[in-house]
Design a binder for this molecule. Structure first.
Ligand SMILES: Nc1nc2c(ncn2[C@@H]2O[C@H](COP(=O)(O)OP(=O)(O)OP(=O)(O)O)[C@@H](O)[C@H]2O)c(=O)[nH]1
Ligand SMILES: [Mg+2]
Ligand SMILES: [Zn+2]
Length: 373
């Protein structure tokens, strides 16, 4: 396996050159095990690696910590926990969301992905409001959006087509494909994206078929699929960790656990970009503080009434705006508590690491082989 097949390119090569002088090697993170990571190097060699204290301390937010898909400078040691991430290369693309819960922290879902594949279906999972949020996050990531309306075998052709049209209307530049992981419909269309070095991450609600589609692409049972245990009738095997898989014929797939909560993690600029047409209309409203309701001289409302702007898109525009406002408030609050939280988080991480170090020390009394704190 070459580095290029793993997604390496000239830009990474340039950024890496000072590190190669130190004897460090490029590696791509394929798994996040909380304290350690799985990393792949040239030749397909896999290592369990740990980040250096410097990488940890230099990260001002969690989003700056190494994430699955990142390229890092790896110092390969001799012992088990001796492989240390010395630096993280800057990201070409980064798909992230706001972390679940009330915090305003950004959570990186996958770094350096070329395509974000949003999986849904034409039935119970279909939610245009949620799809709009996904599109906003993809636009922010600088990756390309591909929507798969999966489980086509369960719905009528008409229902699948209607879902595809509604989603396409939200984002004219996204590719929208109706698929079935069960009968293989259009799985070949996904294969068109799979070129050596191209990374695709799969996201969507739990149970929509992300792992099944990846399995279909792999052509073998590789990942765990959610299925009911035949004996006990319970215990779905849902994906619990992000995982990057390199295909033999080229292409890199990143599976993700189902996303239960798609919250906005974005900024005003991206919001405006997604709704430029509406922003332009808003500029024509008579009053600067127009709420676009029954306000006199509103330019947006008549467009909705004339059918030039869909009511749904207009509502999404109003709602996203609110969410950005909330996010700003949370960000402000976050600034005040960040220091306290950072200290606490660091204590937890340091303690976990210390436990491990303690364990290692018992196993291996040579202090030189211990991970840097
Ligand atoms: N009928 C039908 N069932 C499907 C299809 N794709 C997946 N399934 C089934 O849906 C269930 C969930 O599939 P998974 O692939 O585990 O879903 P997932 O998106 O990976 O779920 P999480 O890992 O929990 O996020 C399994 O029972 C699959 O067999 C499809 O195209 N048609
Ligand atoms: Mg899964
Ligand atoms: Zn208005």
């Amino acid at each position: 396996m070459t580095l290029e097949e793993l997604g390496w390119n000239e830009r990474f090569e340039r950024e890496f050159s000072p590190f190669s002088k130190k004897g460090w090697v490029p590696a791509r993170l394929i798994r996040d095990n909380k304290i350690t990571y799985g990393a792949l190097t040239k030749g397909g060699e896999e290592y369990e690696v740990i980040m250096s204290g410097k990488v940890y301390h230099d990260a001002e937010t969690d989003a700056e910590l190494p994430a699955v898909g990142d390229w890092v400078a790896l110092e390969i040691g001799t012992g088990d926990l001796d492989n240390v991430i010395r630096a993280r290369l800057s990201r070409q693309t980064c798909f992230s969301r706001k972390a679940p819960g009330k915090s305003s922290e950004e959570q990186v879902i996958a770094a350096n992905v070329d395509v974000v594949c949003i999986v849904t279906d034409a039935g119970t999972d279909l939610n245009l409001g949620r799809m709009e949020r996904y599109f906003t996050l993809v636009a922010r990531s600088r990756a390309q959006a591909l929507v798969l309306i999966n489980k086509s075998d369960l719905y009528s052709e008409e229902q699948n087509r209607e879902a595809a049209e509604a989603i396409q209307a939200l984002s004219p530049d996204a590719d929208v494909v109706v698929t079935s992981a069960v009968d293989g419909q259009n799985v070949a269309e996904i294969e068109n994206y799979l070129e050596p070095g191209v990374s695709i991450t799969f996201i969507g609600s739990s149970g929509v078929g992300k792992s099944s589609l990846i399995n279909a692409l792999l052509g073998e049972e590789w990942l765990e699929e959610g299925e009911v245990n035949e004996v006990t009738g319970k215990g779905r095997h849902t994906t619990t960790a992000r995982e990057l898989i390199v295909l033999e014929n080229g292409g890199i797939l990143i599976d993700n656990p189902g996303i239960r909560e798609v919250q906005m993690w974005t900024d005003e600029t991206t919001l405006r970009e997604r709704f430029l047409d509406i922003e332009e209309l808003a500029a024509q409203c008579r009053f600067n503080d127009c709420r676009h309701g029954s306000d006199a001289g509103c330019a947006i409302r008549p467009a909705v009434e004339a059918g030039e702007l869909s009511e749904r898109r207009f509502q999404a525009f109003l709602k996203l705006d609110d969410e950005i406002e909330h996010l700003k408030k949370r960000l402000k609050k976050r600034k005040m508590t960040i220091e306290r939280r950072a200290k606490r988080d660091h204590r937890i991480k340091a303690r976990n690491l210390a436990d491990r170090v303690e364990f290692e020390r018992e196993e291996n009394p040579n202090p030189d082989s211990l991970p840097e704190l």
